[in-house]
Write a protein that binds this ligand. Sequence first.
Ligand code: UTP
Ligand code: MG
Length: 579
Amino acid sequence: MKTYGRFIKRYKLFFILGPLLMLTEVGGEIVLPKLMAGMVDEGILTLHNMDFIVRQAITMLCCILIQVSGGIGGHYFSVRAAVNFSSDIREEVFSKIQTFSFKNIDEFSTGSLVTRLTNDVTQVMNITRMGLIMAVRSPAMLVGGVIMAFSINARLASVMLIMIPLLALAIFIIMRMALPRFDYMQKSIDNLNSKTQENITNVRVIKSFVRRSFEVEKFNAASSRLRDRTLSAMKLVVCTMPVMTLAMNITTIVVLWRGGNLVAGNEMLVGSLSAIVQYTTQILSSLMMVSMMIIASTRAIASIRRISEVINTEPDLTDTDAKYPDKTVTRGDIEFKNVYFKYYKKLKTSILEDITFSIEGGKTLGIVGSTGAGKTSLVQLIPRLYDADKGEILIDGVNVRDYSLYNLREGVGMVLQKNVLFSGSIEKNLRWGNKNASMDMIRENAEYAQADGFITGFGDGYNMELGQGGVNVSGGQKQRLCIARALLKNPKILILDDSTSAVDTATEANIRKAFKTALKDTTKIIIAQRISSIIDADKILVLKDGRIVGEGTHNELLKDNDEYREIYYSQTDREKEVS
Ligand code: UTP
Ligand code: MG
C-alpha cells in the first residue's frame, strides 16, 4: 500500500469525489421507493390529494436528478482517478526498469517485465475503477436499504434479516471454494503469457529448428490448462447468479405473502409493500456486487504485488555515491587492478580472476581467448554494465564508480556482442549515438564503419525502415550499423565485442584502417575471434578461464605465449587449408 500511496495522493480529489458522488447516487436511489410508497399510500389511497401527489412527484424527480448526476459524476471521477493512477504507475514501472542493471533485468526476465508493465497495470486500473465505484456504494446501499425497509415496516423487513445472513453464507461458501481456483487461474494466465512472450520473441529460432509443432503442442497444453482452470473457477461463479435469483425470488415471495396478509388485515398499505419489495432487490443485488468485487480483487492482488516488486526493487548499480559526478572521461586511460567478478554471487569460483592490466588513452587493446573465457564479462565492467566484486577499475585514474553513470557511459561507446537495432529508419537508429548529428557526420561515421556503401545501395538509403531488432538487414550489415551508431557518440573509449565477426576480412581491414585515422585519440578495445582483427593492436590480452594468461604485442606473444601461438596457428593453418 505504501508503494501506491504517493500515486493516490496526486489524484486525491478524484479518489474522494468518485466514491462520494456514488454515495449521493445511493442516497437518491434509496429514498425513491419510500417516496413512491408515500405517493401511493397517502396521495392515492388515503388522501386522494392531487397537490400532495404532484409535490411528491417533484421531490421524486429531484431525487432522480441527484441520483443521476451523482452516478455520472461518481463514474466520471472514478474513471479519471483509475486511469491517471494506473498510467502514472505504468510510467513509474517503466522508468524504474530503465534504472535496472543487467543483473536486475536477468532476475526478473524480460517477458515478465513486459507482462507487469501491460497486463498487470491494466488489472490494477480495472480494480481501482471498480473499487471506487462499488466499494462504498454497495455497502451503503445494503445498510441504507435495510434502514429504509425497517422505517417503513419493521415486522415485514425482519424477513430480510433472516435472508441476508443465509445468502451471505451461501456467497461466502461459494467464494471460499472459488478463490483458490481464481488464484490458480491467474497463475495459468501468467504462465501462458510468459510462454507466448518467449515464443513470439524467438520465432526465428523456433522456425530454424523446426520446432513449430513442438511449440504449438507446448502452447496448447498451457492453453488447455488455463481453459480447465477458468472453467473450474467459473463453474462456481455461475452458481452465484442462480443462487441470488433464487434467494431474491424466495425473499420476494415471503415478503409478498407476509405483506399481503398485513395489507389484507389493513395493517399496511400497498405502496409500502411494493417499496419493501424494491428494497429487497436492492439489498440482495448489493450483496452480489460485494462478492463480485472480492473475486476481482483476488485477481488484482497478484498484479498489485507484482508491480510493487518492480517499483520496490533497488537497482543494484547506482551512482549516488559517486565522488566526482561532474567528471567526464577525457583521456581514455584504462587500468584494471586485481579485479574479480562473477554473475551469481553464490558461486564459489569467479568468472574473472585477478585481472590486472592497463592501457593508455588512444591506444588499441585486443582481447582474444576461447569462447566462455570471460572476454565479454571483462569489458562489460568498464561502462559498469555490471560491477566488479573485488578490485578496482580506473578510467583516467578515477574509479569507474566515482563517475556518474551518465558521464561514464557517455565516455564509453560499446558495441555489444548481442546487439540490436530498433524499429525506425536507419538514420534514426544511427542518431542514438548523437541526436544532433548532421547528415554529413552520420555519413562520415557510416563510412568509417564501412556501412555507407550498402546503405546508399538500399532504395531508401538512410531512410530505410528497419524491422524490430533490425531484422531486415544481414548479420554483417547489422554489425556495421551498430559500429556506426557507437562511432557517432564520439566516445573516448570504444569497445567492440566481437563486432566484426560477421563481416568479411577485407571489409574488416577497411574498418580497422578507418579507425586508425579517424579514432586517433580514442582508446579502442577490440574483442575478436580472428587474430587478424587485432594483429596490430598496441597490446593484446590472452584470456583463459577468466584469467589473463598472456599480455603483449602480437610478435611478443607469438614468441613466448603458448596459448596465443596455438590460437594463431590454428587459424593460419586453417586459412592455408582453405586457400
Ligand atoms: P563471457 O560471455 O564473458 O565469455 O562468459 P566470452 O569470452 O565473451 O565468450 P564468447 O567468445 O563471447 O563466446 C564467461 C562465463 O560467464 C558465464 C558463462 O557461463 C561463461 O562461462 N556467464 C556469461 C554467465 O554466467 N552469465 C552471463 O550472463 C554471461
Ligand atoms: Mg563474449
